[in-house]
Design a protein around this ligand. Structure first.
Ligand SMILES: Nc1nc2c(ncn2[C@@H]2O[C@H](COP(=O)(O)OP(=O)(O)OP(=O)(O)O)[C@@H](O)[C@H]2O)c(=O)[nH]1
Ligand SMILES: [Mg+2]
Length: 409
């Protein structure tokens, strides 16, 4: 059974809407199904402004650095509005710009895995952010990074990410200013291709015979904490305004929490009126998806070169009761040599990966976890479109024969 036992330390004690207080609409197209991973009923939403004074302070995020930023720039006059609003917002951008980190920051807890290595995210992941003032329910979709694909796996990732454009109410394009604030530092081929796709969407977005406009695009300039010369931000914003009719441009730091709430308000003000989602809905994925992702995150963190990009994790068994989850997972690699590295000397690497993943799972699921890890070679699976789809879509259901094993509990 799915339940949201994840601790949500970042969320403060601001109240959720009492049942029935918010006008509810029939779920719109694309609204997640009931029964998806829900919020813990004991957890509250993260409206900063409305938190009672006695509420626990926001969590162990680092204090925001003293960055002086120009205020977010608006192009279409969108302003915070008071009626309840909800909708889908796809987070798109190059690998490693901080999309998954931002999803977690907005939702108020870790859902998406995020690492320093590009192409970490392989599956679109929904996380619902709820705010009280202004009243918002935003279904954010974290997507794989946009890049020039060199394999069947890469093509599948880019297709999935771009596919989200067709269904979102707002597109959030994320770029990074970590490497500099010249236009060429933040806008490359991937961004230009995406923007031209957005322009061409108008002709495709047919609804009842009426052609719809492409979704408004909010641009988030992430990693401002790494920008050495802050005064370069203004000229950059001016150049970006000329590049595309962005609905808003918001410099942020997803990692440090700078301007994240302002970004949410900018996005929320462009969503349709009314609430579309069950107020307890947190994500669309089951626990076993997160189990596989947490193993993959530990694997990416602890391995180098091509292994992070050529390994996948499938869940063979996920049995649980109120006290313990018993999980068997297989790490799929492309080559025998990779298998040796993942297992490590005397099985030490596999043990380390298992321990790190198990500890994270116990925190996320709120109960003990017994984790058994296996490693299997599937020759060149990243170049085989069918294997890629099987692994990406049924990541948590495949049963894989095993060759080497580590047990963690
Ligand atoms: N300094 C700094 N680092 C950040 C910020 N946001 C994200 N990062 C780091 O950037 C790296 C990539 O973050 P992710 O969230 O995994 O990036 P992503 O865009 O989801 O990457 P893919 O899944 O590969 O497409 C991680 O090491 C993050 O900690 C930020 O605001 N400032
Ligand atoms: Mg990611």
């Amino acid at each position: 059974m799915l339940r949201a036992a994840m601790p949500k330390p970042e969320r403060n004690a601001a109240k959720k809407y009492p049942r029935g207080a918010a006008p509810k609409q029939a779920p719109r197209k694309g609204a997640p199904k009931k029964g998806a991973f829900k919020k813990d009923a004991s957890k509250k939403d993260a409206s900063k402004k409305d938190a009672p004074k006695a509420a626990k302070p926001r969590e162990p995020r680092l204090p925001a650095p003293p960055i002086v930023l120009p205020p977010p720039k608006k192009r279409d006059g969108g302003a915070p509005t008071s009626p309840p609003r909800s909708g889908r917002c796809a987070i798109l951008g190059r690998p490693n710009v901080g999309k998954s980190t931002l999803l977690n920051a907005m939702v108020g807890q870790k859902l998406a895995i995020a690492t320093s290595k590009p192409q970490t995210t392989r599956t679109t992941l929904l996380g619902v952010a709820v705010r009280k003032d202004p009243p918002l329910q935003i279904a954010f979709i974290d997507t794989p990074g946009l890049h020039r694909p060199a394999s069947a796996l890469g093509r599948a990732l880019v297709e999935d990410a771009e596919g989200e454009l067709e269904h979102c109410d707002v597109a959030l394009l994320m770029v990074s200013v970590a490497k500099g604030a010249e236009l060429a530092d933040v806008i490359g081929e991937s961004e230009r291709e995406l923007l031209s796709k957005l322009k061409s969407i108008a002709s495709k977005r047919d609804k009842g015979g009426v052609t719809r406009e492409p979704p408004p695009v909010v641009l988030a300039l992430n990693k401002v904490d790494q920008l050495k010369h802050k005064h370069l931000m203004l000229p950059l914003l001016e150049k970006l305004e000329k590049l595309y009719p962005f609905a808003a441009l918001v410099p942020i730091s997803a990692l440090k929490g700078v301007n994240v709430e302002e970004l949410i308000v900018e996005i929320g003000s462009r969503l349709p009126e009314g609430f579309a989602y069950d107020e307890e809905l947190l994500t669309d994925k089951p626990e076993k998806f997160f189990a596989a992702e947490l193993v993959r995150e530990a694997l990416i963190r602890n391995t180098r070169q091509e292994i992070p990009y050529a390994a996948a994790v499938v869940i063979d068994r996920f049995e649980d009761d109120a006290r313990m989850a018993r999980i068997t997972a297989t790490v799929v690699v492309e080559k025998d040599a990779h298998k040796g590295i993942v297992i490590g000397k005397s099985g030490q690497m596999l043990k380390l990966i298992g321990t790190e993943a198990r500890l994270e799972m116990e925190q996320m699921f709120g109960r003990k976890v017994f984790l058994e890890l296996w490693v299997k070679v599937m020759e060149d699976w990243t170049d085989n479109a069918r294997s890629v789809r099987e692994i990406l879509e049924a990541d948590s259901t495949q049963v894989a024969p095993a060759a080497a094993r580590s047990t963690e509990s």
